[in-house]
Design a protein around this ligand. Structure first.
Ligand code: 2AM
Ligand code: CA
Ligand code: CA
Ligand code: CA
Length: 266
């Protein structure tokens, strides 16, 4: 078995096992604490799930490093070698309030290049996955390449925060886009929003601040299908620092970037 096929088989096995533990946890009372602000939540299950992946990865691949949201992995300053970028539960608020609309997200990178991407919707048992250069899948079904869509027919995922006064973007910047698109949505899980861009349920996703673990898995999947995952200037994301993220179908990426985000006149 090739190196990546073996890593892929292990990643899938661990995702299913972690998913079973998360579903079993619905029976128990959660321990919820806050992080940077009263709405930035974390539970014992986020922490336990991250620790589970780190233990499995370190057992099988002692020379791989892990970059995880809850901080149990390695201190990551460069992406040299093989790095697993992990969000044990993306959409923690949904996990706590809704027991759905959350996912486990994993990206495996080699020297900064995305090799494997996973987004696992635990409750629906839907695993979105891709190996760079070998196609992207939803469970066993190949996901078709993304087709072009004009702004006028696009559904764009956008949190209402970014069109009301906030500290990250002038709240009027996105008003023309919101007016011109067919519809807007917000799901509260960056990883699932990327999975929906990958499957064409959404045409674009724009958000002002994500960390690498929020998009590392989704970026591999969306790019494998011909989509783009960049910052709001259309530049590459660095996968080390938080930044705005703009994930989009090909063609539409250029249209939104030039007409709305960079505010160029036609
Ligand atoms: P999380 O649930 O793993 O924290 C919510 O709109 C989305 O933004 C989720 O994917 C959430 O990931 C992510 N997010 C990133 N930074 C956040 C923060 N400081 N507080 C809450 N959600 C954050
Ligand atoms: Ca979090
Ligand atoms: Ca996240
Ligand atoms: Ca998380």
């Amino acid at each position: 078995m090739s190196q990546w096929k073996e890593i892929d088989a292990n990643a899938k096995k661990w995702l299913k096992e972690a998913g079973e533990s998360i579903k079993a946890s619905f029976e128990n009372k959660l321990s919820v604490t806050t992080k940077s602000n009263p709405n930035d939540l974390v539970t014992n299950i986020d922490k336990e799930t991250e620790q589970y992946f780190i233990q499995q990865i370190k057992n099988s691949y002692p020379d791989h490093r892990v970059f995880g949201e809850e901080g149990f992995g390695d201190e990551i300053e460069t992406l040299d070698g093989i790095v697993w970028i992990i969000d044990p539960i993306d959409g923690t608020m949904n996990f706590i309030h809704q027991q759905r609309n959350f996912a486990i997200s994993i990206g495996v990178y080699k020297n900064g290049k995305g090799k494997l991407g996973y987004i696992y919707d635990v409750v629906l048992d839907e695993l979105y996955h891709a190996e760079a250069g070998s196609g992207a899948f939803l469970n066993d079904a190949a996901i078709p390449k993304l087709e072009k869509t004009p702004v006028s027919k696009a559904i764009v995922s956008l949190n209402a925060t970014w069109v009301t006064p906030n500290k990250r973007i002038d709240h009027q910047t996105l008003t023309p886009l919101v007016k011109d698109v067919r519809g807007t949505r917000s799901y509260g899980s960056a990883a699932l929003e990327l999975a929906y861009v990958a499957t064409g349920r959404l045409d674009a996703y724009i958000t002002m601040r994500l960390s690498p673990w929020d998009y590392a898995g989704g970026k591999v999947i969306v790019e494998e299908l011909g989509g783009k995952v960049t910052n709001l200037e259309g530049e590459e994301l660095d996968l080390i620092n938080p930044s705005p993220v703009f994930a989009c179908k090909p063609g539409l990426h250029e249209e939104i970037l030039h007409k709305y985000l960079l505010n160029e006149k036609k």
